[in-house]
Every structure is written in structure tokens, then in C-alpha cells.
Write a protein that binds this ligand. Structure first.
Ligand SMILES: [Zn+2]
Length: 342
């Protein structure tokens, strides 16, 4: 990811670099409604004068994170990783989406380790040509290589924020929209694998990240007609008091989408969270989606007040459940739902 730091140093923007992650899902203990996608109690669409919305549930979002973290680190090749695939795919089937499949492809990490990347892909209204793509990665970083304690640098992280938070948003969005979309509007959900086993530092390391998405774009199930109008990646959206700035590559490749999402966030009452200012430049799954021809943005905490970049828990042992803010999850998830509906 430092590659981009150097390349982008010529631009008058604030840059970050690195790759990020997200994880997978859990069930729902929702004070707002029922559980596990079977509930429809709160999902009746509401129209106001200005914006159409269906309410997401913060408790449900938090529970999705909690269940993923309870599996243990979802590192490639681990039993916890396999269980996470079962958790997410099972949840998708139970919450009412129309189709769910797992796309598998062999990948090799920058360390030369061979794995099978398993991308989980669900569709709501698969016959609709008018589509939106949502993405989050469910694997977690195998090493806490940014932990202040060097002794921890080979230990896997919980990935509550870097992994689980984005997956939780996709699961909740699926739950509330599965039965609420008009037939003419389709939503695709990609739970990408192998995002976070990349090389931190060094030149030309960009393609060592996001291995699952790089494979997925080779086999995208789209024609020119039904290719999604835009994509939204969610990564590290669960940090305490997280602020979401306009990420650099999102702005560069998909600025109308950034405009739309930040405008919807403001109209939805989350203008304090979605800051209308330039964010960092992050090598993340959206980069490869953009290169495949789908304008795609990244909702991510890239200018943390403490660090000036990612959340302080990033790639550390502190990326655990205690660092998760259900209000941050709520702001991100509700903004995505409202963007799709308006
Ligand atoms: Zn990461």
C-alpha cells in the first residue's frame, strides 16, 4: 500500500495507503424487530417528503459483528474461516435473498502460501437490470503487524472492525431489503475473501491485497445490460465515533457516487459522520471493482482524529469487540439502505 503513497505524493490530497478488511456475520438480537432475517416487523417501507427509508437495527448490526468475532480470527485456511463462510451463506439463505453462491479460486499470497479464496455472492432480484453492488471482506488479517507490542506481530487479530463491521452491514442490509425492493431493482452482495493477507510496505505491493476480489472480477456474472450502476464497499465502519471522509480513489473513479452517498447521509441525519472533505487513499477491494468497470466507492474511516489515518486499532490486537461502536455501524448501514432506495 505504500506504493500508492509514493505515486500519490504528487496529488494535493491526504493519503493513506494500506489495505483494509472486514469480516463476516452473525445473527440478530434486535430490539427493533425479530431475528435472523425472518423478521419483517420493522421492514415496512416508510416514505417521507424527502427520503424513502427502511430502518436498520443497531442491535442487529452489533450482533452480526459479535457472532463473527466469536468464531475466532477468520484467517485463510483456518477452521474459523470455514465457519464464517457457513455463517454468512447460511444467514443469506435464511434472510430471504434470492440466490447465494460461493465462488472459489486458487490464490497465492505474497509469502508464497497457497489458499482457495471463497467469495460469497448473493443476489436480490437477480432478473433486474438496474443493480447496485455492495462489497465487504470477511477474512481477517493473520498478523497483528501494526501492534505496538512487537511480540504480537505474528498473532492473528479478532478483526471486529477490520472485517466483521462491513460484513455486518451487508447482512443487515440484506435482511431489511430482501423483501422490500421493487422487482425492477436488484442488489448484489459480495462477501470477499483474502483481502487482508497483503504485504504492508515496499514497492508494487498493491496486488498482494484483495486477492478474492481480484478473482471475482474475472468471473463477474454480468452483461453490459445488467452490470451494476455503482458499487459501495464498506470497510472498518464500526470504530468509536467513526468519521467517513471522501476516500481518494472513490473520488477519483466514482465521484458522482460519492456525491450521492454523502448527500443521502446528510439528508438521513448522518452529516456529522459523513464528512464532506477529502479522505485518505486506500488500496482496498473497490480499486479492483473500479478497474473492472463498475464505479465503486469505499466507505471507510481513513482520517481518525487520533492517528490521522485508520482507526488506532487497525492491524492490532485491540481490533476486538470492545472497540465496536454500534452507532457507527448504524450510520453506515442506514446510509447504504437509503442510498439504494432513493
Ligand atoms: Zn486490514
Amino acid at each position: 500500500m505504500e506504493t500508492f503513497l509514493k505515486k500519490l505524493a504528487v496529488f494535493p490530497v491526504i493519503l493513506l495507503y494500506t489495505a483494509i478488511c472486514l469480516t463476516s456475520g452473525a445473527a440478530v438480537l434486535c430490539s427493533c424487530t425479530g431475528s435472523n432475517g425472518n423478521s419483517t416487523a420493522q421492514t415496512s417501507a416508510i416514505s417521507t417528503d424527502t427520503i424513502r427509508t427502511v430502518a436498520v437495527c443497531a442491535d442487529s448490526l452489533y450482533a452480526h459483528v459479535e457472532k463473527q468475532v466469536a468464531l475466532g480470527p477468520r484467517t485463510p485456511g483456518s477452521t474459523s474461516h470455514d465457519r464464517c463462510v457457513a455463517l454468512v451463506a447460511g444467514y443469506m439463505n435464511s434472510c430471504g435473498v434470492d440466490t447465494t453462491m460461493v465462488q472459489s479460486a486458487p490464490v497465492v499470497t505474497f509469502k508464497g502460501e497457497k489458499f482457495t479464496a471463497n467469495n460469497i455472492f448473493s443476489q436480490i432480484n437477480p432478473a433486474a437490470d438496474n443493480r447496485v453492488l455492495l462489497i465487504a471482506h470477511y477474512d481477517t488479517r493473520p498478523w497483528a503487524d501494526s501492534d505496538p507490542d512487537e511480540a504480537m506481530h505474528s498473532t492473528p487479530i479478532d478483526g471486529a472492525n477490520d472485517g466483521a463491521s462491513g460484513v455486518a452491514v451487508l447482512m443487515e442490509v440484506a435482511r431489511v431489503l430482501a423483501h422490500e425492493l421493487p422487482d425492477s431493482l436488484g442488489v448484489d452482495l459480495l462477501f470477499a475473501d483474502m483481502e487482508d493477507s497483503g504485504e504492508s510496505g515496499g514497492d508494487d505491493t498493491e496486488t498482494t491485497w484483495c486477492l478474492g476480489t481480484q478473482e471475482w472480477v474475472k468471473q463477474m456474472p454480468y452483461t453490459a445490460k445488467n452490470r451494476p450502476r455503482f458499487g459501495i464497499l464498506l470497510d472498518m465502519v464500526g470504530g468509536k465515533d467513526a468519521l467517513f471522509h471522501r476516500e481518494y480513489f472513490s473520488q477519483r473513479h466514482a465521484s458522482p457516487v460519492v456525491d450521492k452517498v454523502w448527500s443521502i447521509a446528510r439528508r438521513s441525519g448522518f452529516g456529522d459522520r459523513f464528512v464532506n472533505k477529502a479522505g485518505g487513499a486506500v488500496v482496498d477491494d473497490h480499486l479492483f471493482i473500479n478497474r473492472a468497470g463498475i464505479p465503486c466507492i469505499d466507505i471507510i474511516e481513513s482520517i481518525n482524529e487520533q492517528t490521522g489515518s485508520f482507526n488506532p486499532t487497525w492491524h492490532t490486537m485491540s481490533d476486538n469487540l470492545s472497540a465496536i461502536d454500534r452507532n457507527s455501524l448504524h450510520a453506515a448501514a442506514q446510509t447504504v439502505v437509503n442510498t439504494i432506495l432513493n
